[in-house]
Ligand binder design. Structure first.
Ligand code: NDP
Length: 469
C-alpha cells in the first residue's frame, strides 16, 4: 500500500464537491467532506448486516487480533492523523490534545482487545447449573461529537467489534474529516463491511436511531439529542449507551496545599480548552483558602499558551465552532453582569481570526448563576466560595447532571467519605477526568446511562444470554 502521508490520507477521504470544512483557529480550508444521505446510510447498514455473521463467526481471539492490527495501523500514521485532527477540530498538537488523542486511540484499541471476558457461572449448587454469556447484538450505530472525535469513535467502535458486532459510524458534522480518516485507516486492516461511515448531517443520525436493522446506538453528545434518540429508538426497542453532557463539580477540602493542586485542577477544567464532557466545570472552595486557590489557579492559567493548533508551542486552542463560542460568551457576559469577579480572561478579541475565547476564571459568583448551572463547555471555570461542606455537596448534587466529580484533599479517607455523598457516575480523588480503559465510565441523571470501558464496557456491547438447567 502507498505510504499514508497527510496529503494522500486527505485525498483518500475527501469529496471535491463536498462540504467545506474550515479550521476554527484560522478560517482556512481544511478539506471537503462528502455529503452522505439517508439512502447512503441505508446502503451502509445493509453492508453491515451482510458482513455481521461472518465477523461474529470468527473466534474472539481472531477479532482481538484485528483490533491489535488496527492499533498498529493508527500508530503508523499517528502524525498525519494528529495534523488533520488539529486543523479540523482546532486543538493543538501538543499538551493533552491532538497527539494525545491519537495515542489514546491506539491505547484503547489495545486495552479493549486485552480484557478477558469469560462465561460466568451464576449458580452451581449440585442441583442447578446456570451460566451467563454475551452474544453479539448485530449492527451497532455509533454517533459521535466534535470535541474528541477520534477517541470517542474508538471508544464506541472497539468494544462493538470485539463483541462480534459490525458498526456504522455517524460523525459530527463539525469534525467529519478526522473520523473519516480514522475509519479509513482502520479499514486498511479490517475485513470489508465490518466498519462503515456515513458522513451526513443530523438527519442521518436521526435515521440511524430509527433504523430497524440497528440493534444498539452508542451516542456521545448533548442531552437534548440524547432525549431525541431515546424517543426515536423506542419503536425498534434498541439498546442504548448515552454519554451526554456534564456539569462536573469539584469540591476542594480545607486541608489541601493550593499551589500543589493548582496545575491538576487547571487541567481538570481546561483539558481540550474546556470542551470535554467530563471536565471540571464548577469548583467549590472553602472560605479559609479561597483566595490562595484563586491566586494559584490564576498563576497556572496565565502561563498556558493558547493559539493556532499547528504551532508546537500552544497547549490551548480555539472553541471548535461559532455556536460554542456564542454559548461561552453569553454565559461569561451574564456572570460579569451579575457582579461576579473575573480573575483572568473574559474579554475575547472579537476582531482576531478564529473562535478563541481566553482562559477565564470567575470568582465570587452566585450559586444560581447561569455560568454555574449550565454546561458552558469552554475555557471558563467559576470558583464558588463555601463555608459549610454539606452545603457545597448539596449544591454539587442539585443539578440534573451526574457524569463526573472530584474531591481534593490531603486526607484520602476524608475525601472518599465526601465522594460517597456525591451524585455522579465517577468521583475522582485529587484529579479530575482521569479516565482509564480498564475502569468503567458512565453518567447518571441527565448525563445519560450505560458504562463504557473495561469488561463492563464489553458486556454493554453484547446481549446477555443465561443458560440454566
Ligand atoms: P449534538 O448532540 O447536537 O450532536 C452530537 C451528534 O449527534 C452529532 O453527530 C450530530 O450530528 C448527531 N445528531 C444530531 N441530531 C441528531 C438526532 N436527532 N438523532 C441522532 N443524532 C443526531 O451536539 P452538538 O454538536 O450540537 O453540541 C451541542 C452541545 O452538546 C454542546 O454545547 C455541549 O454542551 C454538548 N456536547 C457534549 C459532548 C459530550 O462529550 N458529552 C460533546 C459535544 C457536545 P450533526 O453534527 O450532523 O448534527
Amino acid at each position: 500500500m502507498t505510504e499514508l502521508t497527510f496529503d494522500n490520507l486527505l485525498a483518500a477521504i475527501e469529496d471535491s464537491n463536498g462540504r467545506e470544512i474550515l479550521n476554527p483557529a484560522t478560517g482556512e480550508l481544511v478539506g471537503r467532506a462528502p455529503r452522505h444521505t439517508v439512502s447512503d446510510l441505508n446502503d451502509a447498514v445493509q453492508r453491515a448486516v451482510d458482513s455481521q455473521q461472518g465477523w461474529a463467526a470468527l473466534t474472539d481471539e481472531e477479532r482481538c487480533h484485528y483490533l491489535f492490527k488496527a492499533a498498529d495501523a493508527i500508530a503508523a500514521v499517528a502524525e498525519p492523523l494528529a495534523q488533520l485532527l488539529s486543523r479540523e477540530q482546532g486543538k493543538p498538537l501538543n499538551g493533552p490534545n491532538a497527539r494525545f488523542e491519537v495515542g489514546a486511540c491506539t491505547a484503547w484499541l489495545q486495552a479493549t482487545a486485552s480484557f478477558e471476558l469469560k462465561e460466568e457461572t451464576l449458580v452451581d449448587d449440585g442441583e442447578k447449573h446456570a451460566v451467563i454469556n454475551y452474544r453479539p447484538i448485530g449492527v451497532v450505530g455509533a454517533i459521535g461529537p466534535w470535541n474528541w472525535p477520534m477517541m470517542i469513535t474508538i471508544w464506541q467502535v472497539a468494544p462493538a467489534l470485539r463483541m462480534g458486532n459490525t458498526v456504522v459510524v455517524k460523525p459530527s458534522e463539525y469534525t467529519p474529516l478526522s473520523v473519516l480518516a480514522l475509519v479509513y485507516v482502520l479499514n486498511t486492516v479490517l475485513p470489508e463491511g465490518v466498519l462503515t461511515i456515513v458522513s451526513g448531517e443530523g438527519d442521518v443520525g436521526a435515521a440511524l436511531s430509527t433504523h430497524e436493522d440497528i440493534g444498539k446506538i452508542m451516542f456521545t453528545g448533548s442531552t437534548a439529542t440524547g432525549k431525541k434518540i431515546i424517543e426515536a429508538s423506542a419503536d425498534t426497542i434498541k439498546r442504548l449507551t448515552l454519554e451526554l453532557g456534564g456539569n462536573d463539580a469539584g469540591i476542594v477540602l480545607d486541608d489541601v496545599d493550593p499551589t500543589a493542586i493548582a496545575e491538576d485542577l487547571f487541567w481538570g477544567a481546561f483539558i481540550n480548552t474546556g470542551q470535554t464532557c467530563a471536565a471540571l466545570k464548577r469548583l467549590y472552595v472553602p472560605d479559609a483558602i479561597y483566595d490562595e486557590v484563586c491566586a494559584a489557579l490564576v498563576a497556572v492559567a496565565e502561563n498556558m499558551p493558547m493559539g493556532v493548533g499547528l504551532d508546537e508551542h500552544n497547549v490551548l486552542g480555539p472553541l471548535q465552532n461559532k455556536a460554542q463560542f456564542d454559548i461561552v460568551d453569553r454565559l461569561v457576559t451574564a456572570a460579569k453582569d451579575s457582579g461576579a469577579r473575573v480573575l483572568t480572561g473574559g474579554d475575547p478579541d472579537r476582531d482576531a481570526p478564529g473562535y478563541f475565547y481566553p482562559t477565564t476564571l470567575v470568582a465570587d459568583i452566585d450559586l444560581d448563576n447561569p455560568l454555574v448551572v449550565e454546561e458552558q463547555f469552554g475555557p471558563v471555570l467559576p470558583i464558588i466560595r463555601y463555608t459549610d461542606l454539606d452545603d457545597a455537596i448539596a449544591h454539587a448534587n442539585s443539578l440534573d447532571y451526574g457524569l463526573g466529580a472530584s474531591v481534593w484533599s490531603s486526607d484520602r479517607e476524608r475525601a472518599v467519605n465526601v465522594a460517597a455523598g456525591i451524585e455522579a457516575g465517577t468521583v475522582w480523588i485529587n484529579n479530575h477526568g482521569g479516565i482509564d480503559p480498564r475502569i468503567p465510565f458512565g453518567g447518571i441523571k441527565g448525563s445519560g446511562f450505560g458504562l463504557e470501558f473495561g469488561v463492563e464496557g464489553l458486556k454493554a456491547l453484547g446481549v446477555p444470554q443465561v443458560i440454566s438447567g
